[in-house]
Design a protein around this ligand. Sequence first.
Ligand SMILES: C[C@@]1(CC(=O)O)c2cc3[nH]c(cc4nc(cc5[nH]c(cc(n2)[C@H]1CCC(=O)O)[C@@](C)(CC(=O)O)[C@@H]5CCC(=O)O)C(CC(=O)O)=C4CCC(=O)O)c(CCC(=O)O)c3CC(=O)O
Ligand SMILES: NC(=O)C1=CN([C@@H]2O[C@H](COP(=O)(O)OP(=O)(O)OC[C@H]3O[C@@H](n4cnc5c(N)ncnc54)[C@H](O)[C@@H]3O)[C@@H](O)[C@H]2O)C=CC1
Length: 160
Amino acid sequence: MSKQKKQFLPIALDITDKKILIIGGDEDAYKKLKILQRSTNLIEVIAPQIISWIKNSGVVYHEKQYSKEVLKDYFLIYSCVEDPAFVRQLMRDTKEAGVLLNVHDQPDFCEFVSPAIYKHSNISVAVSSNGEDVYESIRMRNQLKDYFENYQLQKQLIAN
Ligand SMILES: C[C@@]1(CC(=O)O)c2cc3[nH]c(cc4nc(cc5[nH]c(cc(n2)[C@H]1CCC(=O)O)[C@@](C)(CC(=O)O)[C@@H]5CCC(=O)O)C(CC(=O)O)=C4CCC(=O)O)c(CCC(=O)O)c3CC(=O)O
Ligand SMILES: NC(=O)C1=CN([C@@H]2O[C@H](COP(=O)(O)OP(=O)(O)OC[C@H]3O[C@@H](n4cnc5c(N)ncnc54)[C@H](O)[C@@H]3O)[C@@H](O)[C@H]2O)C=CC1
């Protein structure tokens, strides 16, 4: 029987005073950290080895193996670990703890996916392809970004 296609709902979550955990300490984790830092400072990283870019980014980090006891302290979990056995166990742990999981670049394992975002003050434009075509999401976000930046520029020109 063919697998049912996933459906993702685009929403905006209240993350005020809520901590987010990134599991993994390499370049992928760093990229995810930089994206999340546009929206919050309440991010922590856990991994046995953490690159210096992460350590120097002002984030709280824990240089040790992940264990499921930590999950209760966080609102969202982003995993940037590739090991499939690790991911399978993490999916069981997050389900048990009732916390939502994103697995970097692996939509089949994601309970939520990250859209491509353009943010200007209070306005956010988020583009998602239902997890199907991230490059199209990024392309469309960039076009919308150009549109909004031109729009801002035109408004300024008219005002002056
Ligand atoms: C499903 C999803 C799950 C998730 O990760 O949440 C997912 C999946 C995959 N990404 C892949 C590749 C890359 N993704 C990026 C970048 C971003 N990816 C993001 C989101 C998502 N990526 C979710 C879908 C969103 C939607 O619905 O459209 C963005 C928008 C947001 C963010 O990550 O926060 C962020 C841009 C941030 C920004 O520009 O602001 C780059 C570029 C880079 O990293 O520089 C590369 C190439 C380098 C690399 O390979 O890493 C591949 C392999 C594809 C292939 O090779 O064919 C898969 C797997 C697959 O498509 O099946
Ligand atoms: N069982 C398998 O098939 C495995 C395959 N791989 C393959 O190896 C390649 C890359 O391997 P790595 O760079 O070692 O990637 P990795 O995914 O093992 O590690 C990425 C990051 O996650 C961290 N990490 C690993 N285990 C962790 C844990 N238990 N708790 C918290 N953080 C943890 C690491 O410190 C690192 O910073 C990939 O292509 C992957 O597919 C890697 C591990 C196991």
